[in-house]
Design a protein around this ligand. Structure first.
Ligand code: HEM
Length: 458
């Protein structure tokens, strides 16, 4: 069913879009878009997340899109939306093309994202174009050490992470439970100490302001925005950056030359927002390791090869985190708008055409991936994931997340420290079982663990 022909610009084989009916478009709206927006695209809503888990909304969305693909073929599907050209991607290669040709042909600065993220980071890299975007992207790559598996400040970061994890493990042992509330509190202390320094460890106001703006971002252009809160947040972030402590990202910012278009506080607002996604990935990976003895033992034996207190790359633990992000991607909708008229097969799509990739379809596609619903960290180590252009929890191409290595380092360091402390059993939230298909939707807020009998470090 797939129609292919060479693309003049890239000489890749590409396909022309097909047309969804009004009924199909309405189904996509109600089973894919509305649930994704309802759980909170910018700040997750815990009650909606619990409902989403009960209804397993991702499964319903994946089944719908697989059905549409069987009916129309895997070419991009143009939705029946009046006044706009919106195209849904159904093939991994098409996702690969869109990401590879971003940001020149396809910009991440889409109408929706601009309205949502602009509430707290009006000069964010992701919602910029042209020269400002180039400068902001370069700044992010440089300060976050995008290309180094271990950030230049990994050592002081690890000391702070270990301290917070020791405290968390002690609290969990006293209380007999390690739940989301405790995870979240420790995580934000880690983030504030790593980004700003120890003096900011207890500054909950900054995150409270950011959360208020993110909640308004959930409503995108339907909410007027909260200018006073945004200004107060920018001022607070400037103060923190002005008092940069040694060994923090704020110190790295202070040393980084940048132009006037960069607006570091807006880039930092994005980092704090994105660190929240890392907390979700952390908790879900912790749950996967708690129920999968074999994987947990392999992670432990990896730790056993290294001394405590020294930053390490920990490839197997990294693969576990990446795998939890494949199973439950924290950015389920990748959106791009075309910046120019674009050839797609024999068709020319107008400038401003919106491309949508619903990542759970590609990550959990049991019609294509033998490991779709299984916890399979090995795919991140044996080249399987790298060969698939649509396994993209951190996006892909030139706009790939520049914080990827830093996130993987911070999250694996927390997991490593907790694993060294002992065993934890998953006692609450959706039950997960070794060897059974993983749920399509997993609510991280209801997960809770009890510390089991202590074991010696791996
Ligand atoms: C689990 C945690 C994270 C995941 C899954 C993740 C994933 C992503 C994805 C999918 C994008 C592209 C979004 C899009 O195209 O709409 C992105 C962009 C970005 N991420 Fe992350 N991210 C995470 C954490 C972080 C952290 C902690 C930082 C900074 C410390 C960060 C910095 C950035 C920046 C600056 C961009 C914009 C890149 C650009 O403008 O080209 N991310 N991230």
């Amino acid at each position: 069913m797939t129609e292919t022909m060479p693309h003049p610009a890239t000489s890749r084989r590409v396909v022309r879009p097909s047309q969804a009916s009004v009924g199909e478009t309405l189904q996509i709206a109600t089973r894919v878009v509305v649930p994704t927006v309802a759980i909170g695209a910018v700040k997750r809503r815990p009650l909606m997340m619990a409902l989403a888990e009960r209804l397993q909304i991702d499964r319903s969305a994946i089944r719908l899109l697989q059905g549409l693909r069987r009916h129309h073929g895997s070419r991009p599907l143009r939705l029946a939306v009046p006044g706009r050209t919106i195209v849904l991607l159904l093939s991994p290669n098409d996702v690969g093309r869109v990401l590879a040709e971003s940001p020149d042909t396809f910009t991440s600065d889409t109408v929706e994202k601009h309205a949502a993220l602009g509430k707290f980071q009006p000069h964010g890299s992701l919602i910029s174009r042209g020269r400002p975007r180039l400068e902001r992207r370069r700044f992010n790559e440089a300060v976050l050490d995008q290309h180094r598996p271990l950030h230049r400040l990994a050592l002081p970061m690890l000391a702070r992470i270990d301290e917070e994890c020791d405290r968390l493990a002690a609290e969990a042992a006293d209380a007999g439970v390690l739940d989301w509330r405790r995870f979240e509190r420790s995580w934000w202390r880690i983030v504030r100490r790593v980004v700003f320094g120890d003096a900011a460890a207890d500054d909950q106001d900054t995150i409270a302001m950011l959360d208020a703006l993110r909640r308004s971002g959930n409503w995108a252009y339907l909410s007027p925005g909260r200018v006073r809160v945004r200004e107060a947040l920018a001022e607070r972030l400037s103060e923190h950056l002005a008092h940069a402590e040694n060994g923090t990202l704020a110190a790295a910012i202070a040393r980084e030359e940048h132009g006037t278009q960069v607006h570091p506080t807006d880039q930092v607002a994005h980092w704090l927002f994105a660190f929240d996604a890392a907390a979700l990935a952390l908790t879900r990976t912790f749950a996967l390791l708690a129920v999968n003895r074999g994987h947990r033992q392999r992670a432990r034996s990896e730790l056993g090869a290294f001394a405590e207190g020294i930053p390490e790359e920990l490839p197997y633990l990294r693969a576990c985190v990446l795998e939890s992000l494949r199973l439950w991607p924290t950015t389920p909708l990748l959106l791009r708008d075309t910046t120019v008229e674009t050839r797609w097969g024999p068709e020319t799509l107008p400038e401003g055409t919106s491309f949508v990739a619903y990542t759970p379809l590609f990550h959990r596609d049991d019609e294509r991936l033998p490991f779709a619903d299984r916890f399979a960290p090995e795919i991140w180590l044996d080249g399987t994931a790298a060969a698939d252009p649509a396994l993209v929890p951190f996006s892909g191409g030139p706009e790939r997340c520049p914080g990827r290595n830093l996130v993987l380092f911070t999250v694996t360091s927390v997991l490593a420290r907790l694993l060294r402390h002992g065993e934890y059993r998953l006692v609450s939230g959706r039950p997960l079982y070794t060897g059974r298909p993983e749920p399509a939707t997993l609510n991280p807020f209801s997960l809770a663990f009890t510390p089991a009998a202590n074991v010696t470090a791996a």
